[in-house]
Write a protein that binds this ligand. Structure first.
Ligand code: DOR
Length: 457
């Protein structure tokens, strides 16, 4: 049997090829679990059945004891290329994705230069086509100058608006400028919702405090709530498709529980579910991110909102900074933490602890994201869907270890956590890109498509 995508195969793109995954515990689109086989041909899933007998695949995987999920689609990452490659780049980030079972990502515009024009978007797409082991999409960033490409540039999952927590061109913190963005065009608007005026004022009040725990008080729950209220108000006024990025507070969850139009979605990060302000004592500025970590009460309310569908899906907000940068004294230490390598095992470990079930994790980390962004043929294990898959091991536990991480920043806020559900094999477009600790760096992902005309509005 000739492997079509064996590790270190020099011609991984040579099609036709087919993979037969045997005896896996498969999560079906309706959430049902079956033990069975999956056959892929070229980039596509062609058959899912309890037993596939008449196939002649180029490669077979015995998945006995493993669980097969649709590949994770991470809808909020900061991969730093171009301009900040000392923190991360598209190659290292996509290697980390492959290891973490993330087969597609949506990347944010706060690179240098920022992604605010078609030209900058094209540059990222070009770089990704050369370097990315997984599939990719890039947001276009809003500025207060209303550049025409905000409405026209493509392909993009949507417009990213930093209402707060940003400096320079990408900060849009005045209501009039925000309103102009909501009023023009139809594409999805994804907001980083923190109120910059309140942050500025509180930053002055607490200027003498260098304990990083003060970060959660400066950028407090109220700062997040005010911005989410404003985004919701504008979205309702224009019936504009709105997505609330990394929702972090009980108050925002309660607001959406009472008032969530059908055209609004929201996401939460694993760190806002699993970490809280107690993390500052243990890991200091490594726990610093925007929006900040909150209280154990916020953790619980966010979990409940996720289980109830008030929050639609999970994103990591992978935002790497070097340890040297993080070692600076607060507030000079930058905000952000990496996440693509740990998100799936963190959520599956939570499932094993009874916080949710495995089918919900597959929904929140893949299917619901594909639906919300209109990404065709992704997010399900079914004939006709893209063969982006991850086989995880839910039987063993292994700690998060710094030395095993592939992200260039080389650290994780979850170091030492004993997790289950680590990816054993990750498949992108029918090709094995990660196999038990080894990467096939010859595999390349593809640019994602976004079909948003049929989305709920
Ligand atoms: O903590 C954060 N860091 N939150 C963001 O939304 C952006 C980010 C970054 O780019 O470092």
């Amino acid at each position: 049997m000739t492997p079509c995508s064996g590790l270190n195969d020099l011609h991984p793109m040579s099609f036709p090829c087919s993979l037969l995954i045997r005896h896996a515990q498969i999560i079906l689109p309706n959430g049902e679990l079956i033990i069975g086989d999956v056959l892929t041909r070229d980039r596509t899933i062609v058959e899912v059945a309890p037993e596939i007998t008449n196939a002649t695949p180029t490669r077979e995987i015995d998945a006995q004891g493993l669980t097969l999920l649709p590949g994770v689609i991470d809808p909020q990452v900061h991969f730093r290329e171009p301009g900040l490659e000392h923190k991360e780049d598209l190659f290292t980030a996509s290697c980390a994705c492959a290891k973490g079972g993330v087969t597609s990502f949506l990347e944010m515009p706060n690179t240098r230069p920022p992604t605010i024009t078609q030209q900058a978007l094209n540059d990222k797409l070009q770089r990704a086509s050369q370097k990315c082991l997984v599939n990719y999409g890039f947001f276009i960033g809003a500025t207060a100058d209303h550049l025409p490409d905000l409405i026209l540039a493509k392909p993009t999952p949507g417009i990213k608006v930093f209402m707060g927590s940003m400096h320079g061109q990408l900060l849009v913190d005045q209501e009039a400028a925000l309103e102009a963005i909501f009023a023009q065009g139809k594409r999805l608007i994804a907001v980083h919702a923190e109120d910059q005026d309140r942050i500025n004022q509180r930053r002055k009040e607490f200027a003498d405090i260098h304990d990083p725990a003060i970060h959660s008080q400066i950028q407090d729950n109220q700062a997040a709530l005010l911005a989410t209220q404003l985004a919701l108000k504008l979205s309702k006024k224009y019936q504009r498709r709105l997505h609330i990025l990394h929702m972090s507070t009980a108050q925002e969850a309660d607001l959406l529980r009472q008032d969530k139009p059908s055209w609004v979605t929201a996401e939460v990060t694993p760190q806002h579910l699993l970490l809280n302000t107690s993390a500052y004592d243990k890991i200091g500025t490594l726990a610093q991110m925007n929006p900040p970590l909150r209280s154990p009460h916020d953790n619980e309310v966010l979990w409940q909102a996720l289980r109830d569908g008030v929050i639609d899906f999970i994103a990591t907000d992978h935002a790497p900074h070097t340890l040297e940068e993080k070692a600076q004294q607060y507030p000079n230490s930058p905000s952000g933490m990496p996440g693509v390598e740990t998100s799936l095992p963190l959520m599956l470990t939570a499932a094993m602890q009874g916080k949710c079930n495995v089918a919900q994790v597959a929904h929140w980390m893949s299917s619901a994201v594909a639906q919300a962004y209109g990404i065709p043929n992704k997010g399900a294990i079914a004939p006709g869907y893209d063969a982006d898959l991850v086989l995880v091991d839910l039987n063993t536990y292994h700690p998060v270890r710094r030395e095993e991480l592939l992200t260039k920043c080389g650290w994780s806020p979850f170091e030492g956590w004993e997790l289950t559900g680590w990816p054993m094999i990750t498949i992108v477009g029918g090709q094995i890109v990660y196999d038990k600790g080894k990467l096939n760096t010859n595999v390349r992902g593809q640019a994602l498509e976004f079909k948003q005309d049929k989305l709920r509005t």
